[in-house]
Design a protein around this ligand. Structure first.
Ligand code: DC
Length: 229
């Protein structure tokens, strides 16, 4: 069966990684979480004091970026984790500190150049499901299957609220989360370098009213159409 490249882009908190991971598992492809890579670089910047408020010391970072190794490992349960210079940093990159700074680091052109190069190398032999914001537009404009995932801000905020409540967080309100979701959408779409936008040839998947298994079936179906062509 021919191998293809699958680009999954879209807004934050709309289930991109869940569906991308599931498809990769079902069809035996490599899954690449590009958001984790930007998070890894952000952790590096934090550890090296390269961020001051909302400014990144780009000059200092330019001299250090060649020494940042971003790779993925797989644990005993088959889950992927991010490594920064050989250290498993999966937990740290999901924390509040990194989450609060990643959008400014991901907007730095030299960071994007380095990550896009690395992502192209990871996908050079095809057989990848890559999830992010600019995969179908910048990283793999020739991907055979491009999906742009979306859901209403209210639905995404509710999903995040449910997730936080299930982890015992009772402080945060729906309104706060909704504000955060809408704010991140705005930053992602208005950034100067590689803003989030749908590639002209991407299929839109609005999963506001879909269950996870309906989404998985939909994606599997689109995959089959492409490999059987
Ligand atoms: O998907 P995520 O929330 O882990 O992404 C973290 C940040 O990285 C988010 O601010 C968007 C940015 N990002 C990006 O600019 N380009 C990508 N290909 C993936 C993520």
């Amino acid at each position: 069966m021919k191998k293809i490249t699958i680009a999954v882009d879209g807004f934050s908190s709309c289930g991109k990684s869940t569906m991308s991971k599931e498809l990769a598992k079902r069809v035996g492809y490599v899954y690449v979480d590009t958001g984790a890579m930007y998070r890894g670089v952000t952790l590096f910047c934090l550890r090296n004091n390269l961020i001051n408020g909302d400014k990144v010391d780009e000059e200092a970072l330019a001299g250090l970026i060649g020494g940042i190794a971003i790779t993925f490992g797989i644990d005993d349960n088959g889950s992927q984790y991010l490594m920064l210079n050989g250290e498993n940093v999966e937990k740290e990159i999901r924390g509040m500190e990194v989450s609060g700074k990643v959008s400014i680091v991901a907007a730095v052109p030299l960071v994007r150049e380095a990550m896009v190069d690395l992502q192209r190398k990871m996908g050079e032999n095809k057989g990848v499901v890559m999830d992010g914001r600019d995969i179908g537009t910048t990283v793999f404009p020739d991907a055979e299957l491009k999906i742009f995932v979306t859901a209403s801000p209210q639905i995404r905020a509710q999903r995040r609220l449910d997730e936080m409540r299930s982890k015992g967080n009772t402080e945060v309100t729906f309104e706060e989360i909704l504000f955060n979701v809408e704010e991140r959408d705005r930053i992602d779409q208005t950034r100067a370098v590689s803003p989030l936008r749908k590639a002209d040839d991407a299929l839109v998947l609005d999963n506001s009213e879909m269950t996870i298994s309906q989404q998985d079936e939909w994606l599997m179906n689109e995959f089959k159409k492409r490999v059987e062509m």
